[in-house]
Design a protein around this ligand. Structure first.
Ligand code: ATP
Length: 319
């Protein structure tokens, strides 16, 4: 291959820039050009791209967001737009594509590969919900953002002897809630993967109060219910008044953590290696500290499993 392209798609995550940089530098190292496609699949369809040289990815390793911008592009599910994009790429001499994004973006990458245009997926999402990789790029930074916020909430909660409900991202996967809950010492964690027991949550808060605790922190993943709904439930069922904090999009921003930068570097470089070996329809991931590639289809036909041992551990540690 002489020329490949890279795009970012779906929800952005901290570390996407570091991954773009790795793709460009690794490909250049092997004498291969990289075109940067703007606005995800929207730009792919229109051939909106430019050559990324070594210098063009300088100074972005520490920046959140994505230099190439991202988009949701529903029409990309239609074959005619996929073919139109492939045509644009061929006209520009592009022979393969690295897609940095979540499982939706991977579906697009597989569709292109099946049409003869090889693609490799790099997991970029804060949700940590892509099967086949233990970690996704952005998860660690999002976690650190959540923990930092909870630490601040805890300060004010203690001063005013309040209980707080903190709503975090995670529609289908509870990883952020789970890890942040354990790291921040939350009393209770509500995640989509586990049934919650409102009486247990109430009795944990009451138990804390009876042993002189000045505050409680309850973390709820948005996929379970909203923070306000949970606060209402606690009031109705246990007559417990809580303050609610919805962390929202701050979880997606910020300078990537060291872990995310290293992961982005390793996975971005691996994606280029895989493409240059002539393989398409692959995803890259990390397992037992090793980067590897696997069938792209596995990333959305298999199911991501949160580490539920953390759930039981957090219950034991927050008595
Ligand atoms: P995240 O879930 O972290 O936001 P994602 O990559 O899963 O990231 P989606 O919005 O699901 O985000 O998908 C991103 C884009 O991928 C879509 O806007 C669309 O352009 C493309 N895409 C999604 N599903 C398909 C599909 N079945 N076929 C082709 N393209 C698809």
């Amino acid at each position: 291959m002489r020329r490949i392209a890279v795009l970012t798609s779906g929800g952005d995550s901290p570390g996407m820039n570091a991954a773009i940089r790795a793709v460009v530098r690794k490909a250049n190292f092997h004498g291969v050009d990289v075109m940067g496609i703007y606005h995800g699949y929207e730009g792919f369809i229109e051939g909106r791209m430019e050559l990324l040289d070594l210098g063009s990815v300088g100074g972005i390793i520490q920046r959140g967001g994505t230099k190439l911008f991202s988009s949701r592009c529903p029409q990309f599910k239609e074959e005619r737009y996929q073919l139109q994009g492939i045509e644009k790429m061929r006209e520009a001499g592009v022979e393969g594509l690295v897609v940095i994004g979540g499982d939706g973006s991977y579906r697009g990458a597989l569709a292109l590969t099946k049409k003869g245009f090889p693609c490799v997926g790099v997991p970029g999402t804060i949700d940590n919900d892509i099967p086949g990789t233990e970690y996704t790029i952005g998860f660690d930074t999002a976690l650190n953002t959540v923990i930092e916020s909870i630490d601040k909430i805890r300060d004010t909660a203690t001063s005013h002897e309040n209980s707080f409900v903190v709503e975090v991202m995670g529609r289908d996967a509870g990883d952020i809630a789970l890890w942040a809950g354990l790291a921040a010492g939350a009393e209770s964690i509500l995640i989509p993967e586990e049934e919650y027991d409102i009486d247990d949550i109430i009795s944990r808060i009451q138990h804390g109060v009876s042993r002189g605790k000045k505050h409680s922190i309850i973390i709820v993943a948005e996929g379970v219910m909203s923070g306000n709904e949970l606060a209402k439930l606690l009031k109705e069922k246990g007559n417990i008044t809580t303050r609610v904090s919805v962390l929202g999009h701050i979880q997606r921003g910020g300078s990537p953590s060291a872990r995310d930068r290293v992961l982005a570097g390793r996975l971005g470089a691996k994606a280029v290696e895989v493409l240059l070996e002539g393989k398409g329809g692959r995803a890259v991931g990390i397992k037992n500290h090793q980067v590897y590639d696997y069938d792209l289809e596995d990333a959305f036909t298999k199911k991501h499993k949160a580490d539920l041992s953390l759930y039981s551990l957090s219950k034991e540690l927050s008595i």
